[in-house]
Write a protein that binds this ligand. Structure first.
Ligand code: ADP
Ligand code: MG
Length: 392
């Protein structure tokens, strides 16, 4: 995380006002891919990359938002905020304001400085981090408090309804509710969750393939439709099955022949992925790291073969990690067709693991990957500068 004291100085120099500072982390999903919209399970962890938001009141009725990442400032009237997105980074904080206004809040004038070290657009959810940090900052001015799940929902709505990105609830939920040294098993049906300890001597090594294939948007839509088609076939026989969350492998064995071949494969991924995700949480809870690693490996195979959402670069990144010392489990994380792999690795081996994986990937694929050694971090919070100074 960037230094909040530096952000405070930046804010003071730019706006001549003492800010309150909030931090919201990015995330990585350990297991549970394309299960969220089937009302299934996901198991993300918040990571130690975060977006900071510094906020102070203004008395001139303006909303001024500065992003240090973009080096740009935008000025709006608090009582005439843009009603729609316009493809700009400010859509994300404006989306949060729009949802808070819909919830009946009167948006006051304020100055906001945003500064994050979550890599932008790499699948580590800088968008959720910026939304959650903004929401906490603005809510502090309003003196309003919401439960973690409600806050996550507002931020998801900002991204779905204002920005226009069709994301599930996972990113915002973990950014709000993450806990240090824990992953979080989230039931996307009712947002109930369980914290799952990650051993202190493990690291989350995130390896960016540096590719994102252009098909990802349209393929995402196709996959969702195939999953829904498969569910509809099962529901003809078992009307209580509303989402694949409710379906079983036995359902596929009985009625799979009525599905298009691709729908059957996609459904097999989703149904077995739900089982693997719950099983991975149970394995971690009983300290069975080898079992967790096997489930991650099976999840990657299913994602690549049945869901067909991997790509040669991501398959290579997973394959090249297999015999490196310290690896517990590796798989492609995120929406698919590129992006990052998540490697659960013994912490003492992580630096050498990262270096060797980068070397192997570059030699085979011809691209130098970015590899981040992360730990599971706490969720969004107010940053007390006094406390930071005392500790440092
Ligand atoms: P991801 O969430 O995987 O990083 P997205 O495309 O969903 O990728 O979101 C990235 C976008 O979020 C950026 O292009 C930018 O518009 C916005 N964003 C993220 N962090 C910041 C920041 N610190 N300042 C301004 N905008 C940000
Ligand atoms: Mg995002």
């Amino acid at each position: 995380m960037h230094d909040p004291a530096v952000l405070r100085s930046m804010h003071l120099a730019r706006f001549k006002a003492e800010p309150a500072i909030f931090a919201a982390p990015g995330r990585v999903n350990l297991i549970g891919e394309h299960t969220d919209y089937a009302e299934g399970f996901v198991m993300p962890a918040a990571i130690d990359f975060a977006t900071l938001a510094a906020i102070s009141r203004r008395s001139d009725g303006k909303v001024v938002i500065y992003s240090e990442n973009f080096g740009k400032e935008r000025v709006f009237e608090a009582d005439a905020l843009p009603p729609a997105a316009n493809g700009h980074w400010s859509d994300y904080p404006l989306g949060v304001l729009s949802i808070l206004a819909e919830e009946g809040h009167r948006i006051p004038g304020f100055s906001l400085c945003l500064w994050g070290d979550v890599p932008l657009g790499s699948g580590l959810s800088s968008s959720a981090a910026v939304e959650v940090a903004t929401a906490l900052a603005v809510l502090s001015l309003l003196g309003a408090r919401y439960s973690g799940p409600a806050l996550a929902r507002f931020c998801q709505r900002a991204e779905n309804e204002f920005v226009g990105a069709n994301c599930g609830i996972m990113d915002q939920f973990i950014s709000v509710n993450g806990e240090e040294n824990h992953a979080l098993l989230l039931d996307c049906r009712d947002l109930s969750y369980k914290l799952v300890p990650l051993p202190h001597d493990t690291a989350l090594v995130i390896a960016n393939t540096m590719v994102k294939h252009a098909v990802s948007g349209s393929e995402y839509t196709t996959r969702r439709a195939e999953v829904e088609d498969a569910c509809a076939v099962i529901a003809r026989h078992r009307p209580e099955v509303r989402f694949l969350r409710d379906a079983t492998v036995e359902d596929l064995e009985r009625w799979g022949a009525e599905m298009a071949p691709n729908a059957l494969k996609r459904a097999r991924h989703v149904i077995t992925e739900n089982q693997r995700t719950v099983a991975a949480a149970e394995a971690l809870l009983r300290g069975d790291l080898a079992g967790t690693g096997r489930l991650m490996a099976a999840a990657h195979r299913s994602y690549s073969h049945d869901f067909e959402a991997s790509c040669p670069e991501a398959d290579a990144m997973v394959e090249l990690a297999q015999d490196l010392p310290g690896l517990i489990g590796a798989r492609l994380t995120g929406g698919g067709f590129g992006g990052c792999t998540i490697n659960l690795v013994n912490r003492k081996d992580a630096p050498a693991f990262a270096e060797r994986l980068a070397g192997r990937y570059e030699a085979q694929v011809g691209i130098r990957p970015e590899i981040h050694i992360c730990r599971a971090s706490g969720g969004a919070r107010r940053v007390e500068l006094g406390a930071l100074t005392e500790r440092s």
